[in-house]
Design a protein around this ligand. Structure first.
Ligand SMILES: [Zn+2]
Ligand SMILES: [Zn+2]
Length: 101
């Protein structure tokens, strides 16, 4: 069915990540484009579908992507963290802000 979508319609589908089977199939074929949560737990990345971009409040650069579960953790965590790219150091909830994807 997705073959009948115009390029603009397909772009809209991609942007909003509709959970259509054809879309999921396309995502599976482009694994590198599939936004997944980068939150690490004991060295293993979460891998859930990402819902938010994490942006450093010090340098405004994107640090990664997180899923709903880890978005909640990131915004409530007082753990000291450091953004390697700009060397800013603060409590995680103060150092990052989330932008919905
Ligand atoms: Zn930064
Ligand atoms: Zn996650």
């Amino acid at each position: 069915m997705s073959a009948t979508l115009s390029p603009i319609e397909q772009a809209t589908v991609d942007r909003f990540g509709l959970h259509d089977e054809d879309v999921l199939h396309d995502l599976a074929q482009h694994a590198d484009d599939h936004p997944v949560c980068i939150f690490l737990t004991r060295g293993t990345s979460c891998g859930q579908l990402a819902t938010h971009a994490v942006v450093c409040t010090a340098c405004n650069r994107q640090c990664g992507l997180v899923c709903d579960t880890h978005a909640a953790i990131v915004t409530s965590s007082a753990a000291q963290t450091k953004h390697a790219a700009c060397q800013a150091s603060a409590a995680m909830r103060d150092l990052v802000r989330l932008v919905p994807l």
